[in-house]
Design a protein around this ligand. Sequence first.
Ligand SMILES: CC(C)(COP(=O)(O)OP(=O)(O)OC[C@H]1O[C@@H](n2cnc3c(N)ncnc32)[C@H](O)[C@@H]1OP(=O)(O)O)[C@@H](O)C(=O)NCCC(=O)NCCS
Length: 189
Amino acid sequence: MQLLKPGPQHIKSYLSALARGWHDLPTGSTAENVKSKIREIQDHTSEFLDLFDDHAARALPYLLPDKSVAYAIPSIRRWIWDETRLEYCGTVSLRWQKGSTELPPHLMGHIGYSVPPWMQNKGFASTGLKEILKVAKVQGLPFVHIVTDIDNFASIRVIEKNNGTLIEKFTKPEMYGAGLALRYKITTN
Ligand SMILES: CC(C)(COP(=O)(O)OP(=O)(O)OC[C@H]1O[C@@H](n2cnc3c(N)ncnc32)[C@H](O)[C@@H]1OP(=O)(O)O)[C@@H](O)C(=O)NCCC(=O)NCCS
């Protein structure tokens, strides 16, 4: 398994995953959003690939679960890739604000990850997180925060396997539905 900045040759496998009804788009995205994402990737492939390294926060604003608009901040996105089977296995992303460990209120954690159900429990997210922590270090982040719902036991395990320290249990902002969540800290050294 490797973390990959995808090229045109990797897109078919990702589109197959989207075609199965799964997606790694922002929480709350509809089937219609997924369909338009597929069209966007097919029609504007190079722009889609270009945004995997988005240091200048060029990505378009997107909608939060409460439909309020969120603006992009600098980010690096990578695919978790099975180089033996040449298959897409998940996405991991890092976002940060230049020269700061703070995040804007609409972003609860520096790192997010998502693995399609048929790829889960094979260690992909755990290894993906381990690898993106190295990227965070290169970007000058001494630590990252990761937020997960209190009942997301797989995600909690992924964080704990990467030496996450629980900082607090808190109520998510209204824009994320106000449920209970856990905030973890992981140092990048
Ligand atoms: C969370 C998620 C990324 C995990 O991906 P994954 O590739 O299956 O994770 P891994 O295989 O690396 O590790 C999962 C761990 O959780 C454990 N686990 C899975 N389900 C569990 C459960 N219900 N209770 C307790 N542990 C569980 C697995 O056994 C494994 O631990 P182990 O390696 O010690 O056996 C995946 O479930 C997902 O995409 N969920 C939806 C999106 C999401 O929640 N993203 C995280 C947002 S913070």
